[in-house]
Every structure is written in C-alpha cells, then in structure tokens.
Design a binder for this molecule. Structure first.
Ligand SMILES: *Cc1c(COP(=O)(O)O)cnc(C)c1O
Length: 247
C-alpha cells in the first residue's frame, strides 16, 4: 500500500537524520512520479506529499493540467534534463528546476520566466562523478556559472543537484554526495552576494542559515539515507514509494 511505503520511507529519513543529528524538518521529500498515473499521484498528495517530481516535460504537462486546478499547494519539481526549446513549458509548471547545466539554458529559462513575470527557482546540476553518460556541469565550472547566473534577474539560484552513480552498495555513493556538499560550501565561501531561496513566501525556508546556496538535491531510492547523512535537504524518491518490490 502506498501509505505503508510512504511511512517506511519517512521512517528511514528520520533514522538517517537521527544518526547524524539533523532535524528531519530540514529534508524535503520530493516524490518522483514519472510513469505513475494521476490517480496514484492524487493519492500520494492526499497522504500529505506536496512536492512532486517529474523528469519529462511532456508527461508533466499532461499531469499538471489534470492536477493543478485541484491541488494548488503542490510544488512541482523538474528533476530530468531540460531542452532549451521546452523551457517555456517548464517555467509555467515547475516551482523548482533541478537540472540547469549550461549558461545557454539558464539564459533561455530566464527569458521565458521574464515573459510571464515569474522569479524561477533553479538548481545547477553537477556531474560530480564525471561519468560520460550523465548530464551536468563539471565541478570546476560550477562556481563560474553560479556567478554568471546571479546576473540573470528572473532566476533564483538556490543550490546544487547531482545524481550519484548506480552502485551495488549505497556506501559507495557517499564520496560523491560529500563532494557535492563540499562544492556547495566552497562556492558559498567565495560568493559575496546572496541568492534567495527557492521556496515561496508561504513556505518555510529550507535552510537560510548561510543566506547563500542552501539546497542540495541528492539521493534517490537506492541511496537517499547516505545522501541525507552527507547533507541532502531535497531527496528525490520514486521506486521506494511506488514500486518497492522492484528496487
Ligand atoms: C527517476 C528519478 C529519481 C527517482 O529515482 P528512484 O530510483 O525511482 O527513486 C530521482 N531523480 C531523477 C533525476 C530521476 O530521473
């Protein structure tokens, strides 16, 4: 049952927080609903989930049209790669775009957001493992892009996102999560201005202690506990909630 799966995931999040002395309220659970039907999404929203993640624009548009009118409180997260020619749809739907990985894409999103008068919250996707199959910026290119994005008036850069390599043991993903946290901290040390947080005024801030890049979107069904131990504050979880037997 969906509610049992969700409770188990929440309990695992809490346990991971406890191990490292973190407050579970710092963690936003983004339910990744790619391939999941609208009825199931409605059900998960009914169970109190307000953060929904999708990875393809086409699929997200259909679901958004079916759900947005009913569930206005839901925050939509784009976790998959975004093509420039789809940016205009992305800014209409998504509260947070996790996958900005080039200056050109940032510029297009900024322009489309300006057209509809929206401050668009984004994360920079970093290819922290260097795998050639992955999207994302090289770690060393992240600070320069951060500085450039701060000049784009309709973007609110809130932090970093990564996808860890698929490994047989989640412990093997730990070094990559740690590297993303260290990269964020290094960037924050070097920034002189403060980008705002992605959350709207009606939501509590993720972590404004630093006043700089706060968000770390990392951890999926296979490795979210390790990611939390390493500082994740957004975890993107699909299978563990919707399809636990196939994990
Ligand atoms: C599918 C997906 C997830 C969720 O993965 P699960 O293994 O189903 O938890 C998280 N992030 C991204 C970018 C995804 O595409």
């Amino acid at each position: 049952m969906l509610s049992d799966n969700l409770e188990k995931v929440k309990a695992r999040i809490q346990a991971a927080c406890k191990r490292v002395g973190r407050n579970p309220d710092e963690i936003t659970l983004v339910c990744v609903t790619k391939g999941v039907g609208v009825e199931k999404i409605r059900e998960i929203i009914g169970l109190g989930i307000l953060d929904i993640g999708e990875n393809r624009i086409q699929e997200a548009r259909l679901k958004y049209d079916l759900l947005a009118g009913i569930e206005r409180r839901v925050r939509w997260h784009l976790v998959g790669h975004l093509q420039k020619n789809k940016a205009k749809y992305a800014v209409r739907i998504f509260d947070l775009i996790h996958s900005v990985d080039s200056w050109e894409l940032a510029c297009v999103i900024n322009r489309e957001a300006a057209k509809i008068g929206k401050p668009q919250a984004i994360l920079i996707e970093v290819n922290i493992s260097g795998e050639t199959t992955k999207f994302g910026l090289k770690p060393q290119d992240t600070l320069p892009l951060t500085r450039e994005i701060l000049n784009l008036g309709n973007l609110k850069l809130s932090g970093l996102m990564t996808i860890a390599p698929i490994v047989d043991n989640p412990e093997k993903a730990r070094p990559y999560f740690r590297m993303l946290r260290e990269l964020r901290d290094k960037i924050n040390q070097q920034l002189t201005t403060s980008p705002s947080t992605w959350l709207g005024a009606s939501h509590p801030p993720l972590d404004l202690a630093r006043g700089k890049l706060s968000a770390l979107s990392m951890g999926m069904s296979q490795d979210f506990e390790v990611a939390i131990e390493e500082g994740a504050n957004l975890v993107r979880i699909g299978r563990a909630i919707f399809n636990p037997r196939n994990q």
